[in-house]
Design a protein around this ligand. Structure first.
Ligand SMILES: *Cc1c(COP(=O)(O)O)cnc(C)c1O
Length: 365
């Protein structure tokens, strides 16, 4: 007989209420399952929340990144500066267009791209800088904006982990030429699969709207294809879910903040554990809660035996087979990648469950 675990605590779990059920049911009760009013309402509410002129909904965060790269005209021969400490999609979107990702190592306190190292990697071929607000900790977009203006390069924000974060009173998603958000079930808000592009640039928004819909002309002309496009549309069920989630965003972010605060309170001062960085000059958002720890694989195994799910977030992108760079190329990224352990994290995680995770973590240390 296998021993029964005291409890099972997953790594992530969406926060779904009757409000979400009501809106998704509205769609199911209608005959408009795609290209309807929910996608427009979701986009409208999202643009207002971020404080930008345009929000364009798509079927994943990866699609959002791809359309941004295309709408900026990034192509073969162009270079895009980015971080090797991220989810793989933030550099794959550069490869989709046969451009070259130029990796810059991260800062050991924020785990974001080290801005002291960015400027000296800019050359004539650099078309854009693609920053990632890792785990929801904003990059210094104010300084990045100055760098981009000085060198005449475009800025892309992979804000897929940073919904709700802000810097100097301006929301993340409103800083770069265009920003990407994602709504996979482990993100702050979910649509199942889904993503969003935010921008103040009308030309970028129009191009993205056209390309998500097979390259169709944006004002009608269902059978007129002006450019190469895709089917990256977000359906109405997903849009309704996202709309309801966004109505609850402050509540959800508040709950996540409370869970993060409890972890930090319980883990601070524990020998052998480094808790996530504390934000200054802005508000971070919490996508996940990753600590740094040695001997991670043994700890993961033992926690898993106690019903606690954890994950190594993130493996270094440059060491993945398709990127195939040498170990040692980006020592700070590798240092964090070798030690970062994401603990169970979601809005409905109770104090008791957080305490259970922490007690077990201390025991296995
Ligand atoms: C989640 C995420 C994405 C996009 O993910 P999708 O699964 O395509 O929605 C992109 N970049 C980062 C950093 C992410 O965390």
């Amino acid at each position: 007989m296998t021993q029964k675990c005291i409890r099972e605590i997953p790594l992530a779990r969406p926060d779904i209420t009757d409000l979400e059920r009501k809106h998704v049911n509205n769609v199911l009760g209608s005959s408009q399952l795609s290209v309807g009013s929910y996608v427009e309402n979701f986009e409208g509410l999202f643009a207002k929340y971020i404080g930008v002129a345009h929000a364009v909904a798509v079927n994943s965060g990866t699609s959002a990144l791809h359309l941004i790269v295309r709408s900026l005209g990034i192509e073969k021969g162009d270079k895009v500066i980015t971080t090797p400490f991220s989810f793989i999609a933030s550099s794959n979107c550069i490869l989709y267009e046969r451009a070259t990702p130029v990796f810059v190592d991260i800062d050991l306190t924020t785990y974001n791209m080290d801005l002291d190292k960015v400027e000296r990697r800019i050359t004539k071929k650099t078309k854009a800088i693609l920053g990632v607000d890792i785990f929801g900790y904003p990059m210094d977009w104010s300084r990045l904006t100055a760098i981009a203006q000085k060198h005449n390069v475009r800025l892309i924000d992979d804000a897929c982990e940073a919904l709700g974060a802000s810097l100097k009173g301006k929301m993340i998603g409103a800083w770069a030429d265009a920003s990407a958000f994602a709504f996979y079930p482990n993100k702050q808000i979910t649509t199942g699969e889904g993503g969003m592009i935010t921008t103040n640039n009308t030309e970028i928004a129009d191009l993205c709207r056209s390309m998500r819909n097979q390259g169709r002309n944006i004002d009608g002309g269902w059978l007129l294809y002006e450019r190469l496009g895709y089917n990256y549309r977000l359906d109405e069920m997903s849009s309704a879910l996202g709309f309801a989630q966004l109505k609850r965003v402050e509540e959800i972010l508040g709950k996540r903040q409370r869970v993060a605060d409890r972890y930090t309170y319980k883990l601070s001062g524990v020998d052998g554990i480094v808790t996530p960085p504390v934000m200054t000059g802005g508000t971070r958002s919490w996508w996940g809660y990753a600590i740094l720890i040695e001997d991670r694989h043994r700890i993961r195994r033992e926690l898993s035996r106690r019903g606690i799910s954890t994950r190594d977030y993130f493996p270094s992108i440059h060491l993945q087979p398709i990127y195939n760079r040498k170990r040692g190329s980006f020592p700070c990224t590798e240092y964090i990648s070798d030690r970062a352990l994401a603990l169970p994290f979601y809005s409905d995680l109770t104090d008791e469950e957080v305490d259970y995770v922490v007690e077990n973590l201390k025991e296995v240390l």
